[in-house]
Design a protein around this ligand. Structure first.
Ligand code: SF4
Length: 276
């Protein structure tokens, strides 16, 4: 019994506040007797003020900050490597609490600050040129793990720099983790979040027709980057079969979809992207 209580306590303490939606943070505030608007203050510190700790959230009472520290961590991953290139591109290697690692990157161009984030540990797509897919998919990243990449990279920017673009092109096939990715992007595009336009977010895919339709149905003007990797279905299948360390790509093990159907999926999204 005592062990269970201790384990539950450990679980609560190691839970990142980023795993909670805004509504869930509001509910937690009410549950502990705080006002609902405290959640707005927390959101400002997380997204606008780039707080590195709960202690930095200075318009919250000390007692409330202590309660936050007892209940949550701000970030949950450990930065195990931080590389800075001569062109000021920065790469973070994050180690998640379970030991899995993912990479994310900040790129500086004269008029842009673009980050590239990962959505999965490993990848099931098996593109022959890609080391990330060599061992197949281990798991989808959670909400807090995707959001942490964004917020940690945002915190690498100087005070006068603002994030301008996000490309979801890191490790993993983003469309296979849409239920987690989309709410994160909602937070990022929310004016009370990072306030980034959906038009400045690009989601990359190897081309999963059903998932592309699912994304199109969301009705947000995200950009879609389709990496076909080969000019024809046959060439793609040959590429896929050259990989010996994993099963065939789900892209081709599913019931066949014609090129025209795939194109229809893309154009559907394009219409969605361009219509707003
Ligand atoms: S979809 Fe991306 S991460 Fe997955 S194997 Fe292909 S290139 Fe690698």
């Amino acid at each position: 019994m005592l062990l269970r209580v201790v384990l539950e306590k450990v679980d609560i303490v190691t839970r990142s506040i980023l795993s909670l939606t805004h509504e869930e943070i509001e509910a937690w505030c009410l549950e502990i007797g705080e006002k609902r608007f405290r959640a707005d203050q927390i959101r400002r510190w997380l997204f606008e003020n780039r707080a590195e700790s709960f202690d930095a959230m200075l318009d919250l009472s000390k007692a409330f900050r202590e309660k936050l520290k007892e209940s949550f961590t701000l970030f949950s991953a450990e930065v195990v490597a931080h590389q800075v290139a001569t062109d000021l591109t920065e790469k973070l290697l994050l180690k998640m609490p379970g030991g899995d690692t993912v990479e994310c990157v900040l790129m500086r161009e004269p008029d842009r600050r673009t980050i590239c984030i990962s959505t999965q540990v490993g990848c099931a797509m098996g593109c022959v040129f890609c080391a990330s897919g060599m061992l197949g998919l281990k798991r989808n990243l959670g909400r807090e793990e995707i959001l942490e990449q964004i917020l940690r990279l945002d915190r690498l920017l100087d005070d006068d720099e603002r994030l301008t673009n996000i490309v979801v092109m890191g490790i993993g096939e983003p469309l296979q983790n849409l239920p987690t990715l989309l709410p994160v992007l909602d937070d990022v595009t929310n004016p009370k979040g990072l306030g980034l336009s959906p038009r400045r977010i690009t989601i990359s895919t190897v081309g999963l027709p059903e998932k592309i339709r699912e994304l199109a149905a969301v009705g947000k003007p995200y950009n879609l980057a389709v990496s076909l990797h080969a000019p024809t279905d046959r060439a793609s299948r040959l590429n896929s079969s050259r990989s010996t360390t994993r099963s065939a790509s789900p892209r081709f093990s599913k019931p066949r979809t014609s090129t025209s159907q795939r194109a229809a999926g893309v154009s559907l999204l394009s219409m969605c992207c361009l219509a707003v």
